[in-house]
Design a protein around this ligand. Structure first.
Ligand SMILES: *Cc1c(COP(=O)(O)O)cnc(C)c1O
Length: 374
């Protein structure tokens, strides 16, 4: 049983995707074709923001906004350590310094108390200047934006929403990718909205940020194409990927319903046996991952083994908190983030995609409940 099934999805959209690709092979505008503009318009409308810039990856979708804001080496950006490496890497790439924050036990998202403490410590310490926060919509659940907004205003910090996994989530009916001053998402194939390669998009309501972001994603270009006004990147989304995404966005709401069905099925059948995901009131998740918290790393090892014996894939997101990674541990090795270190030892993610059948779900739940009742 596959962790993510891209075959069944393709069966559903094959003809439409192939027709769009054929059209691109005819018009041959492989860079900046009208499909890119069309996708940007669709994404802006879906999320409910004024501006969208498609770019080459989710990592760039985080790096470019911080290049636009402008960071210096002693500028601190606060980021949860329990996330994918790129959440922090983008800060370093943009010239700033990541300060790692602990996660909430129940939602796995950045913990507002730990965040405010980290900001206060940083101010008292005096070496770094707090500039911004990158809340991550981990596993598809939007971060605690009402609380984070309050803290950001109190300390005058920007919010860059890392919605790489969050596209499709909501708080109070408002969609993910609209919660920060600016947001970035990823279209890596395994994300809730994925393309057939690398891709990403940046979302903002700010006209000023939009102009800078648009310029930076094409070598810092100015009004005159060959007079570059700042340092940028080559980070465009390919026309071919935009075409794939247009067709995937057309079926996205239907897929999101099915993801919710899968998540509810798991939770119904597993909630009395293991610690299932918490979705706070008025929040909804895009279910990038369905992640259980187990009581020990031993039990997790046993469960992964048992699932594998039954031909069921499972994954660990994330086995090493970012501040403990080789790249960051030299400077952050003594940082203590109790919850995120505990989560790294005990979480396990189950197969999650819209095409799981009741039979498959039943088999997964039974394998877990059999193991837990031994
Ligand atoms: C996938 C991911 C990214 C990076 O996206 P890419 O498209 O792979 O560059 C950043 N942050 C988080 C939380 C992610 O899951």
């Amino acid at each position: 049983m596959q962790f993510i099934d891209l075959h069944k999805q393709y069966d559903n959209i094959e003809e439409k995707v192939n027709n769009r690709l054929k059209n691109i092979f005819t018009h041959k505008r492989f860079i900046g074709g009208e499909e890119v503009t069309e996708l940007e318009r669709m994404l802006a409308e879906y999320v409910g923001v004024k501006h969208v810039v498609a770019c080459a990856s989710g990592t760039d979708a985080l790096t470019i906004p911080m290049m636009a804001i402008g960071l210096e080496k002693n500028d601190a950006v606060f980021v949860p350590s329990f996330s994918f490496f790129a959440s922090a890497e983008s800060i370093t790439l943009a010239g700033g310094t990541p300060v790692f924050v602990d996660s909430a036990k129940d939602t796995f998202n950045i913990d507002p108390t730990s965040l405010e403490n980290a900001i206060i410590d940083t101010i008292e310490n005096g070496k770094l200047t707090p500039k911004g926060i990158i809340p991550v919509d981990l596993f598809g659940l939007p971060a605690n934006f009402p609380e984070i907004r309050r803290i950001a205003e109190k300390y005058n910090l920007f919010i860059l929403e890392d919605a790489a996994q969050g596209f499709g989530g909501k708080i109070n009916g408002k969609r993910a990718c609209s919660f920060g001053d600016v947001a970035g998402t990823s279209f890596f194939p395994a994300k809730p909205l994925g393309c057939y390669g690398d891709g990403g998009a940046i979302f903002t309501n700010s006209d000023d940020l939009y102009e800078k972001i648009k310029s930076i994603h094409v070598h810092g270009q100015g009004k005159d194409k060959y007079d570059n006004v700042r340092i940028g990147l080559n980070s465009r989304l390919d026309t071919i990927q935009a075409a794939v995404l247009i067709e995937k966005l057309n079926i996205f709401d239907g897929e999101l319903k099915k993801r919710n069905y899968v998540a509810n099925y798991y939770s119904e059948h597993l909630k009395d046996i293991v610690d299932t995901p918490t979705i706070p009131d008025k929040y909804s998740s895009s279910w990038a991952q369905y992640t259980l918290k187990l009581s020990s790393s031993d039990i997790r090892e046993k469960m992964m083994k048992r699932l594998a014996e039954n031909n069921i894939s499972s994954m660990i997101y994330y086995p090493i908190p970012i501040h403990k990674s080789t790249a960051y541990s030299q400077k952050n090795g003594d940082v203590e983030l109790e919850v995120c270190e505990e989560l790294s030892k005990t979480v396990i993610s189950l197969p999650m995609h819209p095409y799981l059948s009741d039979n498959e779900l039943d088999k997964i739940c039974k394998t877990i409940s059999d193991l837990c009742s031994e």
